[in-house]
Design a protein around this ligand. Structure first.
Ligand code: NAD
Length: 380
């Protein structure tokens, strides 16, 4: 099998875990746990090769990717230190709205420390990024920009279209909805939006709400509160950047409650930044329901997980899904992969159905795009 030539946009904690993981899982025969899929359409985790990378931080731009992933403010667990030189230099990106205004108040070890913008105009930035994508042979760009980078996310999506590069969108700007048709016209797959961690707050909350529904218990009220100490949580202290994240996380849960829930009876969101937690994310879920005879019940759960490795395995599947889609000449939003792997696919399915779709799609010979079920779960 060929290598999968990947570009990374935003060399933060998620990128660090992903790059480490492609080396940790280098040997396809070693049945090491930690991935949803070992062989995905004939591709293994170690087949991913990083050929381009973009950031805006002084400590990352100009460095080889193998070094840049370990620079501050990255703080995720280092589980595979031994990364060879990758011959992939981190290039300066286009800042636009990538930086939140409140960040200068924090110590530089905790926040981005940007270089000055090097571009005089949008078109100058675009032609440079497109050139780098083309010259590096990037096939798939993974978008790891900070939450709230609406303009920057759109800018890089435009660059992908011009450079003829597929897109995996890990963050909550709804690029699959906004650009789905244009990617389809261009003959390019787009997989997204907003990565759903392997066993994280979203999938746990979704599965539990579905359990209550399936067992005939009406959910009356529910919340999901998340705290963490990484850059992602610091960035989200600025509530004005949070709108799309809240929509994405809330809809991921309400889409599983077929009987509906009043918007005032559900709260889902990141709630605070606690620096000493670093990349450890702690999530609290509460569900209040009505059981037999209208008798009330409630359930509480606490989840503690290292945030970035929790999404890197899922992105490993998403990248291979984009590559398989390219091989099969599929274009536009790839729902067979997006429904199970992302919080905000263009169509929501329950997770059991979505998992079957993904498994079919990942079979090396399966023409899986004919297998999408026609019944859609209710979205709100
Ligand atoms: N489990 C998870 O970790 C998880 C789950 C779902 C979604 N996400 C999303 O993935 C994204 C990445 O998360 P992360 O923890 O790696 O974030 P991070 O803050 O650690 O990294 C973001 C990187 O983007 C860079 N950047 C900022 N503006 C840029 C620009 N204009 N051009 C190029 N680079 C720029 C920053 O310098 C930084 O290195 C976030 O949007 C996050 O919400 C993460």
């Amino acid at each position: 099998m060929n290598k999968i030539k990947v570009g990374l946009l935003g060399i933060g904690n998620c990128a660090s875990s992903l790059v480490q993981g492609t080396h940790y899982y280098k040997d396809p025969k070693a049945q090491v746990p930690g991935l949803i899929t070992n062989n995905f359409g004939g591709y293994y985790a170690g087949d991913i090769e990083f050929v381009s990378a973009f950031d805006i931080d002084k400590r990352k731009v100009g460095k080889d990717l193998s070094e840049a992933i370990f620079q501050k403010p990255n703080c995720t667990t280092i589980f595979h230190e031994d990364i060879p030189k990758l011959d992939c230099t981190v290039q300066m990106g286009y800042i636009l709205d990538g930086l939140a205004d409140h960040l200068p108040k924090y110590h530089e070890d905790q926040r981005f420390d940007p270089l000055d913008d090097i571009y005089n105009s949008y078109s100058e930035a675009k032609s440079d990024v497109v050139r780098i994508l083309k010259e590096s042979g990037t096939e798939i760009l993974v978008n790891y920009l900070p939450v709230g980078s609406e303009k920057a996310a759109r800018f890089y999506a435009e660059c992908c279209l011009e450079a003829h590069v597929a897109l995996v969108n890990a963050m909550p700007v709804f690029l699959s909805q906004i650009y789905g048709d244009r990617f389809k016209e261009a003959g390019l797959p787009i997989v997204g939006d907003d990565i759903k961690s392997q066993v994280g707050a979203t999938i746990v909350h979704r599965v539990l709400t579905k359990l209550f529904e399936d067992r005939g218990e009406k959910i009356k009220k529910t919340y999901q509160i998340n705290v963490g100490g990484n850059m992602d949580f610091l960035n989200m202290v600025d509530r004005s950047r949070l709108e799309s994240k809240k929509i994405s996380k809330t809809k991921a849960v309400t889409s599983q409650i077929e009987s509906g829930i009043d918007k005032d009876d559900i709260y889902v969101g990141p709630s605070d930044y606690i620096p000493w937690l670093n990349d450890n994310k702690v999530c609290f879920i509460r569900i209040e329901a009505e059981q037999y005879g209208g008798v009330p019940m409630d359930m509480e759960l606490r989840l503690s997980v290292e945030d970035s490795p929790n999404s890197a395995g899922v992105i490993t599947d998403a990248i291979r899904a984009a590559k398989v889609a390219l091989d099969r000449k599929l274009a536009g939003p790839i729902i067979e992969a997006s429904a199970y792997l992302f919080k905000s696919p263009v169509r929501q399915f329950d997770d059991a159905t979505a998992r079957d779709m993904l498994k079919d799609f990942a079979k090396p010979t399966q023409n899986a795009y004919n297998s999408v079920p026609s019944v859609e779960t209710k979205t709100q």
